[in-house]
Structure formats: C-alpha cells, structure tokens
Design a protein around this ligand. Sequence first.
Ligand code: SAM
Length: 224
Amino acid sequence: MSKLCLVPTPIGNLEDITLRSIRMLKEASIIYAEDTRVTKKLLKHLELNNTVFPFHAHNEHKVLNNAIDKIKTVELAVLVSDAGTPGISDPGFLLTRKCIEEGIEVECLPGPTAFIPALVSSGFPCDRFIFEGFLPHKKGRQTKLLQIAEEERTVVLYESPHRLIKCLGQIEEFIGPEREVCVAREITKIYEEYQRGSVKKVKAHYENHPPKGEIVIVIKGKND
Ligand code: SAM
C-alpha cells in the first residue's frame, strides 16, 4: 500500500524539525520538493541523501499524473515545501486531493508553519480565527479587506516585506486606523519580532524601520 506523507520543514530555526519528520524523510523512496536545492540543503544538514524531484506551483498540474504513477510504485513518498507545512500557501493541495481520489493513503505530520505562532503570540483571541493566506494583489483585494472589516474572528494574513506598508495602509483605510494588529516578523529566526498596536501605530513604526524578512499580519476581530 502506497502512502504520501506531507512533511513540514523549519520556517527558520533548523531545530524545529521533528524526530518523526526526519524518520519519514529517511524512509521515503521518493521526495517531492518545491525547490530541490532548498530541500537538498536540508537533507545534507540531516545527513540524508535521497533523490529529490521537483513539485512546485509552476509544474504541479503538469507532473500530477506522473507523480501519482510513481507514488503507486513505492511504499512511502514525501512532499515538502521550502519551509513550513506543504499545502499552506504552498503546493500540496492538488497532490493530496489526487492521492485521496486514487486510494493512496495521505498523512500530514504536525510541525512548523508560520501562521500558528503568529496567531498565538499576537495575544488576540485564538479560539476562533480565519486564515486568508496572501490577499489577492489586485482584483478582489478591496472586497476582501471590506469583508475582513466585518469579521469578528481574528484574521491571519501572509504578506511580503515590500508590500507590508502598503497593506497596513489599506487596512487603515478599509478597516480603520484604530483596529489592532500584530505584525510577526522572522518567526524562529535571529531577528524575530512582534509589533503590536493600532494599525496606525504599527504602520508608523515600519515607515521608520523598513521591514525585511518574512511577515505574518494578524488582525484583531471586529468588536473583540
Ligand atoms: N508553507 C508555509 C507555512 O506553513 O507557513 C508558508 C509558505 S508561504 C509561500 C511563505 C509566507 O509564509 C511568507 O511570505 C510569510 O508570510 C510566511 N512565513 C514563512 N516563514 C515565516 C517566518 N519565519 N516568519 C514570518 N512569516 C513567515
């Protein structure tokens, strides 16, 4: 019986890989990776030497059927992304769905992902939340922000550093300058930081300290 295992990889600190994730990587006959160079570096660090095949956003539709055929010939195949959990704003969903349709067992290991530490460290309610990933860049962005303005649950977004100030400006405009946010930057890395407060205040901070690195924006729900 073949199995696909989705293995989360560190989002910064290499100590965050679990013992079970290492064992799965070791035992896998095939590893599919978003960027084979990134994954080979991780494997080298773990003193592993598996063959790694590309599986990324630009080829996942094309290689899907071929990947399924290959997975059917082995006991264990693994999918990893560059960092964090595959399928979370990363390739993984299509392969998972197809494996399930084809009767291939699927398991996702628990492990690193950026949105959970950002959500929990924000100090905003995390009993109920929504994860929006990256907002659309153009079409639909304003509509989404207006929906978020009415959302009572905590909202989590991924954003790139060069769009952070613009995004905070849009939150200010469409959601309101006093809405509380938490910007989580470089989680698990040397320059990890959290900026909390009204969106107006957090935006002013980043206007004076241009942001670098990787970013999660957490927005407190309406009326919370
Ligand atoms: N699969 C990943 C996960 O499970 O979180 C997400 C991949 S997505 C392509 C990359 C985005 O995740 C970054 O642009 C950033 O928004 C967020 N991210 C990843 N690592 C992060 C970190 N160390 N600190 C803050 N945000 C991070």
